[in-house]
Design a protein around this ligand. Structure first.
Ligand SMILES: [Ca+2]
Length: 272
């Protein structure tokens, strides 16, 4: 009887163990399913967190947008200012000096050729002429001298309105002058010639050139001199103007800038 009792007890223990094992295996399987939804519930979290960077990005976008807006007004504010100020002498002078029916500046936006610009070398070149250096005060797009923008916004020589000629440029030095030759497109009646140059107010050795000579031509080959005019340099503004009044006819107008020192800073030529 004792053996039977022992066998029954063992059988019950085995049964309990089997049940316990089945429960133990079942429980983990159930609990292993729970983390799955937990994991899937975490997926929206990254989705939400991935949405957070989006506003962060969109909050960054306004910053570049603002910075991209700043240059735009700066550019647009630069262009209108000289344009308006450069229009003043055009609109004022014809009413005072010109005959009725005269058009404005005949040279406005007209193509031209000119002397090579100064290329300043480094210390090795003594800050003098270096053909491999970049143009020091370039003629952006080759239109600066007839683009209607004559008056600088800044007093210094760095204002982009200036095109820098210099007698240290070999051909300019040999000729003794820098030239700007405007093609008006067809033969026209002319009577006034104007040039805007940098004044002594710019400083750093810059001063107004001595003056300029005006020549006209029908064919661009044979030129007739109409005379010269001197600049009256002063430091009231960073620019001064020179004006030659002489009646003539021609298609090509050449301004020969007569240097005083090395530099000749020119922003605009006008023909009426
Ligand atoms: Ca100009």
């Amino acid at each position: 009887m004792k053996k039977i009792a022992l066998l029954l007890a063992l059988a019950m223990m085995l049964g309990i163990c089997a049940f316990a094992v089945s429960c133990a295996t079942a429980t983990p399987s159930a609990s292993s399913e729970e983390p799955a939804p937990a994991a899937s519930s975490e997926e929206p979290a990254p989705a939400a967190s991935s949405e957070e960077p989006a506003p962060a990005e969109s909050s960054e976008e306004p910053a570049p947008a603002e910075s991209s807006e700043e240059p735009a007004p700066a550019e647009s504010s630069e262009e209108p200012a000289p344009a308006e100020s450069s229009e003043e002498p055009v609109s004022d002078e014809p009413s005072e000096d010109d005959q009725p029916g005269d058009s404005g500046n005949l040279a406005l936006n007209k193509p031209y050729t000119r002397s090579d610009l100064f290329r300043m070398g480094g210390a090795d070149a003594g800050w003098g002429w270096d053909p491999n250096a970049a143009e020091s005060y370039p003629d952006e797009g080759g239109v600066t001298l007839t683009d209607g923008i004559a008056i600088p916004e800044e007093d210094g020589y760095a204002d982009p309105v200036w095109v820098g000629f210099n007698t240290q440029e070999p051909k300019t030095g040999e000729a003794g002058y820098a030239f700007i030759r405007v093609d008006l497109g067809e033969k026209k009646s002319l009577k006034k010639f104007v040039m805007y140059v940098g004044s002594m107010k710019i400083g750093s050795g810059v001063a107004a050139p001595t003056g300029f000579e005006v020549l006209v031509s029908d064919d661009g080959k044979e030129f007739e001199s109409l005379g010269t005019v001197d600049f009256e340099d002063n430091d009231a503004n960073s620019y001064v103007t020179g004006e030659l009044k002489k009646s003539a006819k021609g298609r090509y107008v050449e301004f020969r800038i007569i240097p005083k020192g090395y530099w000749m800073f020119v922003s605009e030529v006008e023909v009426y």
